[in-house]
Design a protein. Structure first.
Length: 511
């Protein structure tokens, strides 16, 4: 890269200023990379608290647009903005150090001040305590860029020597920033990789795994009855999830209770455990989206924990380590679980480790992850998402999702998906291949799994009409006999609803 060409159009008096700004920018990039190298995808990464602040400070209409329209891209946009601000912050501290160093004509001053200010900025943003190794890695990475650039700058005499030294300065700063960035990405990715320990096998859990295998319809193109933990959808208010220390974690039962109680992780896991199927569905997902999954969760009934405090309130607020909270009527806790295991392993960090709440039949987001407090109240409290215009704490809506279209060797078409109605269960799923709402044909359902809030698979195979394409519509009836509403509703504010339809193209071989 020829930086001389880049700065040729800039007056000579300003070229050094521009080059100093570029070196400071390189140092800022390196600082963020250094922070990631040590902290990885954890709250100690300098970007994490900035991303969290942006997400929480965002206006409600912007949040709704990001969730319902941008989806995962909205999360990436928020993360990208946080990275930009972190780079700008560290570039600013590096620039201050460079200016001071130039004033005193001391490269050592510039390097030392860069490290100190980078450490201070990172420690302040992440609220890290001494020795704040993550903050030290940030300052060290930024200072390395300054050191390399100043070392290659050297001394100069003639104008040509000055231009040559400035080129070396910029190239050295760029090369060191790129090197540190690659180093940071590699080691930070290793830090971010986590695996949970396998739980001791229990007869009940083994029975549930065998039950799900036996009852699966085994249709190509749709998920099995137990979702893979790695692909289980993940939605929360964070770009970077909390990393809660199991040894330090506690759960408090507070508020309108006769006696407040506090439990450690050992207290919870020492109680008699249970294994249950629970299906979770995201309130912000599109009608036929994929943010609905099922797992075997291991934990303890939540009422076994709260009953010891003898609660008196009519409402309960669940609070989390990331400052997220949701409010429910007390009745919502009945049948709920405090889960510390998922599909036979310890609860993964991204799903709420060490402990999360599961409330059967509610939308996914209110099943609070990283739970730290259960607070009872005599008065209603406006929850996190309710403050932003959502009303997703109520019972989940009935849906038949339509994900598989299989062209069979004999010319027939097989369609399939999952149906879910929370604690109401699924009574039937019907399919129309005419696209006009009739006639309706009964789909085959997988046998119900054990539990009160679990999805079912559905499948229907038919002779296609003699057309190039046709519309297939699917609808479900819940366990109370109530038909899934036909009218479509967007996810905001109460969750999506409506019949799902897809076009089957006979010239395609869809899977």
């Amino acid at each position: 890269m020829n930086f001389s060409t880049f700065t040729n159009g800039i007056p000579a008096s300003r070229r050094e200023t521009v080059r100093t700004l570029l070196v400071a920018l390189f140092a800022g990039i390196a600082g963020v990379s250094g922070s990631y190298a040590y902290a990885g995808d954890t709250p100690s990464f300098i970007v994490a608290p900035i991303a969290g602040f942006l997400a929480r400070a965002m206006l409600a209409p912007v949040v709704s647009f990001a969730i319902t329209t941008l989806g995962s891209f909205g999360e990436l946009l928020n993360l990208g903005t946080a990275i930009f601000l972190a780079v700008a912050l560290l570039a600013g501290t590096s620039l201050i150090a460079l200016v001071v160093g130039q004033r005193f004509e001391s490269a050592v001053t510039a390097i030392g001040l860069t490290a100190s200010l980078g450490w201070l900025a990172t420690a302040s943003v992440t609220e890290a305590t001494l020795p704040a190794f993550s903050a030290l890695s940030t300052g060290f990475a930024s200072a390395t860029v300054i050191a390399v650039s100043e070392l290659l700058r050297g001394t100069s005499g003639s104008v040509d020597d000055t231009h040559s030294s400035e080129r070396r300065r910029l190239l050295g700063g760029l090369a060191s920033a790129l090197g540190i960035s690659l180093f940071g990405y590699f080691f930070g990715s290793q830090q971010a990789t986590t695996s949970s320990e396998r739980l001791e096998t229990t007869p009940r859990r083994q029975q549930l795994f065998e039950e799900a295998t036996a009852k699966s319809l085994d249709i190509p193109g749709i998920d099995p009855l137990i979702s893979d933990t790695e692909s289980f959808y993940e939605v929360d208010i964070n770009n970077i999830d909390p990393a809660v220390d199991t040894e330090e974690w506690t759960l408090s039962v507070t508020g309108a209770v006769e006696q407040e109680r506090t439990y450690s992780y050992t207290d919870i896991t020492s109680m008699e455990a249970d294994d249950r199927f629970y299906t979770l569905r995201c309130v912000g997902d599109s009608l036929n989206g994929t943010k609905m999954d099922n797992a075997i969760w291991t934990g303890v009934p939540i009422m076994n924990v709260v009953d010891e405090a003898k609660p008196n309130g009519s409402y309960v607020v669940l609070r989390a380590a990331d400052d997220y909270y949701e409010e429910f009527p007390v009745e919502a806790l009945r049948g709920g679980m405090l889960a510390y295991g998922m599909n036979g392993r310890g609860l993964p960090r991204e799903h709420g480790a060490p402990v999360r709440a599961l409330l059967p039949g509610h939308w996914g987001e209110p099943n609070v992850k990283w739970i730290t407090e259960i607070e009872f109240s005599e008065e209603e409290v406006t929850g996190y998402w309710e403050q932003r215009g959502w009303h997703g704490t109520g019972p989940v809506k009935t849906v038949a999702k339509f994900h598989a279209i299989n062209h069979l060797p004999d010319g027939r078409i097989q369609v399939g998906g999952h149906a879910y109605a929370g604690t109401r269960g699924i009574q039937s799923v019907k399919v129309s291949v005419n696209g006009d709402g009739g006639p309706w044909h009964e789909a085959t359902l997988s046998a119900p799994l054990s539990g009160e809030a679990v999805w079912r698979q559905w499948e229907y195979t038919y002779e296609p009409p003699a057309t190039e394409s046709h519309e297939v519509v699917v609808r479900a009836t819940d366990g109370t006999g109530t038909l899934q509403p036909q009218e479509r509703a967007e996810p905001f504010p109460n969750g999506p609803s409506g019949w799902v339809s897809r076009t089957v193209n006979m010239a395609a071989n869809e899977q």
